[in-house]
Design a protein around this ligand. Structure first.
Ligand code: SAM
Length: 280
């Protein structure tokens, strides 16, 4: 099957990634979405949900390191961490590298994503058995509403903001997140590509600014995602997040204290980009 092509169906991107694949290892339908794992000679195994690539074995470390280590190093003592989505386990693996973390709650609506990841993506789904982990299969939007002052860091690693993931990018959701965070709490969410999804980035940033006193945006280059240059939006209840507060001791491939600082756009560029003054 060497020259079979898998075409990604990102509903927003103006391009379509087309991956040569050597095999379809799994294809099924859960209550929530279509789930596939395909094998690519270059990317290794790729998890695909509703036709959109979520993570691949070759480059997943970049996305997962930046999603986890930027907020955890910007926090003085991240003991309680909530991950919404993230059923592949990649963010969880990185979060648990921090010895400060006493409890990591992972709330993915779809238990089949977790099961498929454990079976086919063992390098990502390595941390589910850690005694600090609690896994729940619920809607993250509803889950977070039950808590007040509970978490130090909340990471939203969800699918694109369509269907049941859309609510995770609304102002109402950010108000619930704000309430569920402790005094020095930090929220981070993946907010799509800077070029191809700029209106989504702006909408999310505007909503965050209505809720959090400190809002920022950082980026990482992820070779498997449409547009490559990916954004992560931050809302912080107290402190700026551009500098790591604690010494970086975790073992990583790319993230470092310098990379943390470089991940943030220059303030003037960031402000123009988000306000709409600057247009690509
Ligand atoms: N890194 C990936 C990306 O951006 O391409 C995201 C990976 S992770 C597998 C996304 C997960 O978010 C999926 O497993 C999906 O089930 C979960 N998800 C989407 N909406 C959710 C919601 N409202 N509550 C909880 N989990 C949700």
């Amino acid at each position: 099957m060497m020259d079979t092509l898998f075409m990604e169906r990102d509903p927003y991107a103006p391009i379509r990634h087309c991956y040569p694949i050597s095999n379809v290892l799994y294809h099924g339908k859960s209550e929530y979405q279509d789930i596939m794992v395909v094998e690519s000679p270059h990317f290794g195994r790729i998890l695909v949900l509703d036709g959109v690539a979520q993570c691949d074995e070759k480059y997943e470390f970049i996305y997962h390191e930046f999603m986890a280590h930027v907020p955890l190093h910007a926090h003085p003592n991240p003991e309680d961490v909530l991950i919404i989505g993230g059923g592949d386990g990649g963010v969880l693996r990185e979060v648990l590298k921090h010895p400060e973390v006493k409890r990591a709650v992972l709330v993915d609506i779809d238990k089949e994503v977790i099961e498929v990841s454990k079976r086919f993506l063992p390098t990502m789904a390595v941390a589910f058995e850690d005694p600090r982990v609690i896994v729940l299969n619920e809607d993250g939007y509803k889950y977070v509403q039950d808590y007040e002052g509970e978490f130090d860091v909340i990471i939203v690693d969800s699918t694109d903001p369509v269907g049941f993931a859309h609510v995770l990018t609304t102002e109402e959701f950010f108000r619930h997140v704000y309430r569920a965070l402790k005094e020095e709490g930090i929220y981070v969410g993946q907010t799509e590509s800077i070029h191809y999804h700029l209106e989504i980035v702006r909408r999310i940033q505007r909503s965050l600014k209505k809720v959090f006193p400190v809002v920022d945006l950082y980026t990482a280059v992820i070779p498997g995602y449409a547009g490559y240059w990916w954004t992560m939006s931050v809302g912080s209840k107290k402190r700026p997040v551009r500098e790591p507060l604690r010494e970086v001791k975790v073992q990583t491939k790319l993230y470092s204290a310098d990379m943390h600082r470089h991940a943030f756009l220059p303030v003037s560029f960031y402000e123009k980009l988000v306000s709409g003054e600057y247009v690509f």
